[in-house]
Write a protein that binds this ligand. Structure first.
Ligand SMILES: NC(=O)c1ccc[n+]([C@@H]2O[C@H](COP(=O)([O-])OP(=O)(O)OC[C@H]3O[C@@H](n4cnc5c(N)ncnc54)[C@H](OP(=O)(O)O)[C@@H]3O)[C@@H](O)[C@H]2O)c1
Length: 274
C-alpha cells in the first residue's frame, strides 16, 4: 500500500504520517524543504519506508516534475492526502504570476491529483482534501477564479478552501465510476504552524486564538479516520468534521461551478507549462 501526502513536515500532516506509518509499505512525501523532511523521517524506526521528493506547491513546474516522478516510480497510489496549505498575504504572487494562496492551497494540489489519477485508479484509491470550515466565508467570483483582484487574506483563504471541496466533489463526479473515492474535511481549530506566513494582523489573531485550539494529533484524527475506514462505510464526495459526515455550503455541490473551476484550473496549468 502506497501513501502520498503533502505538508508532512509540520502540524496535522506530520501527525497524520505518525498515525498512518504502520499501515503503508511506502510513504511518499512531496515537500518543499527536503532537509527538514529527511530529519523527520530519520526519527522513524524504518526511514526506508519513506521517499522524500522536492516539490514546492507554489510552483506548478515543480509540482509537475515531482508528480511525474511519483507517477512513474509507483504503479499504484492507494491514498493521496492533499494536506499542505495555509493563509498567506493576499497581495503575494508566485514566480509564475499566480496568487500564492490559490497556487499552494488549490492549483498545485489540483495538478498533483491529475498527475496521479491513473495510479489512483489502478489501486481504486482514495483522495483526501484537507479543507476548512473557513470555506463558509469563501466566495465564487466567476470572472476572477484565480484571485487576481485585490481582496483580503481571510476571504482568499475561505475561497481556496471552498475550491478544495468543489474539487473533491468534481473528481468524485468525474472519476468515481473508475473506483476512486474522494473526501474533504475540516480538521478542527488546531495548534500548528498555521498562519506563520500570514500578514502581521492575521498572525496576531491566530496566535491569540491558538490558546483555545486542539493538538495537532487530535487535528489529524479525521484524516486518519478517512484513511483507515473501509470505503463502504464512507460517502465518496462527502465532507467530514470530527469523523462525521457534515453539510458544506450548498455552492460546493453545484456541478456548474465545479466544472468551471476544473476547466479554469486545467487552462492555467496549460498556460504555465506550455
Ligand atoms: N491549523 C488549523 O487550525 C487548520 C484549520 C482548518 C484547516 N487547516 C488546514 O490544514 C492543513 C495543514 O495545516 P497545518 O495546520 O498543519 O499547518 P502547518 O503546521 O503550517 O503545516 C503546513 C504544511 O504545508 C507545507 N507547505 C506550506 N507551503 C508549501 C509549499 N509552497 N509547498 C509545499 N509544502 C508547503 C508546510 O511545509 P513547511 O514545513 O516547509 O513549512 C507544512 O508541512 C492546511 O491545508 C490548512 O489549511 C488547518
Amino acid at each position: 500500500m502506497n501513501l502520498v501526502i503533502t505538508g508532512s513536515t509540520s502540524g496535522i500532516g506530520l501527525e497524520t504520517i505518525r498515525s498512518l506509518y504502520p499501515n503503508f509499505n511506502k510513504i511518499i512525501l512531496p515537500v518543499r524543504n527536503l532537509k527538514k523532511a529527511l530529519e523527520i523521517v530519520n526519527e522513524f524506526k524504518n526511514p526506508e519506508k519513506f521517499h522524500c521528493i522536492e516539490m514546492d506547491l507554489s510552483s506548478i513546474k515543480s509540482v509537475d516534475k515531482a508528480g511525474r516522478q511519483i507517477s512513474e516510480t509507483y504503479e499504484k497510489v492507494d491514498l493521496l492526502i492533499n494536506n499542505a496549505g495555509g493563509i498567506f498575504p493576499s497581495d503575494l504572487k508566485t514566480k509564475e504570476g499566480l496568487d500564492w494562496s490559490f497556487a499552494v492551497n488549490h492549483l498545485g494540489h489540483f495538478h498533483l491529483t491529475n498527475l496521479l489519477l491513473s495510479n489512483l485508479t489502478k489501486a481504486k484509491g482514495k483522495i483526501i482534501f484537507v479543507s476548512s470550515e473557513a470555506h463558509r466565508i469563501g466566495t465564487i467570483r466567476s470572472e476572477d477564479l484565480g484571485l487576481k483582484r485585490r481582496s483580503n487574506s481571510w476571504s482568499n483563504y475561505g475561497t481556496v478552501k471552498l475550491y478544495n471541496i468543489l474539487t473533491s466533489n468534481y473528481f468524485n463526479y468525474n472519476y468515481g465510476n473508475g473506483g476512486i473515492s474522494t473526501y474533504s474535511l475540516h480538521p478542527g481549530a488546531v495548534k500548528t504552524s498555521f498562519g506563520s506566513e500570514a500578514n502581521l494582523i492575521s498572525k496576531a489573531i491566530i496566535s491569540l486564538s491558538k490558546l483555545f485550539f486542539i493538538s495537532a494529533k487530535k487535528g489529524a484524527e479525521t484524516s486518519v479516520f478517512l484513511a483507515n475506514t473501509p470505503k463502504s462505510q464512507l460517502q465518496s464526495g462527502g465532507y467530514y468534521i470530527s469523523k462525521k459526515l457534515k453539510n458544506p455550503i450548498s455552492k460546493s455541490k453545484d456541478l456548474k461551478i465545479q466544472k468551471k473551476l476544473y476547466d479554469f484550473s486545467l487552462k492555467k496549468i496549460e498556460e504555465i507549462l506550455s
